[in-house]
Design a binder for this molecule. Structure first.
Ligand SMILES: [Zn+2]
Length: 358
């Protein structure tokens, strides 16, 4: 069977196929043109990665023997598509491709392909407690604990595990090679000057997703458009947008592509499986917009996470913008790491609105 780099979404698999450097006009499977191909009759580079990865799963019958009450099963097809986003193919074609890539594994483990599956360790409370970022394995329970019971010395957050994950999301920003970032402010009377565009001083620093009241943090956006949306500028509002440049090399945690980590690039796939949903949730919570009248308590869970990242020596966090989905934001702990170089002031001419029934 012939498949190609574009049959896959997984960056690691794509890179293995491209590394073989065999090009073809089109792919018989996904029908894309000008592709790098992988021929299961000739190539075997994907055999081991797939066999090792798939072996994290056990079938329904196996799981029921060790965890009779466990109920969170799914099909291998759903796991490959929804949990790991490995394929860029119709779901119906996937199992066949896997069978061709690793025929021996398929023959020896046919149960996995026809019955429901789960990761055995995910059924074991002791494994979760030792390997999950959240010992309770539930974000809502963590939120309840930190907001209503134990705040500063909460035991539910597995710092060591989270710290291990951070290294996978670490990015260096070189001050010579980093593009400009932006921060907007709605103009009340006069446009703002460069020295008025930085983070508010500690006396005026309010609560943010990544900082508590009294501790300044500089929030920047990747584009003028993202920054305008982040300050929720309305029709006819005037705003000043400051253009910021990086003054020193920094190290940040990039949570933008947290759900795109390839299972083929990590050592402990089972631990990553256990934490995938927590990492995604942390990223989503940091991106979420809060209303201006949100209570201090609503900020606490992400402030706790951000504070931990800061305590480990990182300079900031990069996360998606929910108000401008193709954009992203930076929360920079050292507010002097970026400097406002110039400002532009604008008036909002028009706004586009999309809506859906709820
Ligand atoms: Zn293809």
């Amino acid at each position: 069977m012939i498949c190609c780099d574009r049959c896959f979404n997984d960056i690691e698999i794509k890179s293995i196929i491209r590394g073989l450097d065999v090009r073809q006009e089109d792919c018989p499977l996904c029908k894309n043109n000008d592709v790098y191909i992988y021929d299961t009759e000739l190539n075997s580079e994907l055999k081991n990665p797939f066999s090792e990865f798939l072996s994290i799963y056990s079938s329904y019958d196996e799981i029921k023997k060790v965890a009779p009450l466990f109920h969170e099963f799914s099909s291998l097809k759903e796991e490959l598509v929804d949990t790991w986003n490995i394929f860029n193919l119709d779901k119906e074609k996937i199992i066949n491709v896997v069978r061709e890539i690793c025929p021996e594994f398929y023959n020896e483990n046919s149960d996995l392909f026809f019955k429901s599956v789960a990761v055995r360790e995910y059924t074991q409370r002791s494994y979760i407690e030792d390997h999950s970022i959240l010992k309770c394995n539930d974000w809502e329970e963590f939120v309840t604990e930190i907001t209503t019971n134990i705040r500063f010395n909460i035991d539910l957050f597995n710092k060591k595990i989270f710290e291990d994950f951070l290294t996978a999301f670490e990015r260096s920003l070189d001050h010579n090679n980093t593009p400009s970032y932006y921060r907007g402010r709605i103009v009340e009377k006069l446009s703002y000057k460069e020295n008025e565009m930085g983070a508010p001083p500690k006396e005026k620093a309010g609560n943010g997703r990544a900082n508590p009241k009294g501790i300044p943090c500089l929030y920047l956006a990747d584009s003028k458009e993202t920054s305008a949306k982040e300050i929720r500028a309305g029709l006819h509002d005037k705003m000043t947008i400051g253009v910021f440049s990086l003054k020193r090399d920094i190290k940040i945690i990039d949570l933008v592509n947290i759900d795109k980590v390839s299972p083929f690039s990590i050592d402990n796939i089972k631990a990553h499986y256990v934490n995938k949903k927590h990492l995604k949730r942390i990223s989503a919570e940091l991106s979420k917009t809060l209303r201006n009248n949100s209570s201090d308590i609503e900020y606490l869970p992400t402030q706790y996470v951000a504070d931990f990242i800061k305590s480990r020596g990182y300079d900031g966090i990069k996360f998606k913008s929910t108000l401008h989905p193709s954009g992203f934001n930076l929360a920079i702990f050292d507010v002097k790491a970026f400097e406002c170089e110039n400002v532009d002031s604008y008036k909002i001419d028009s706004l586009s609105v999309t809506f859906e029934a709820f």
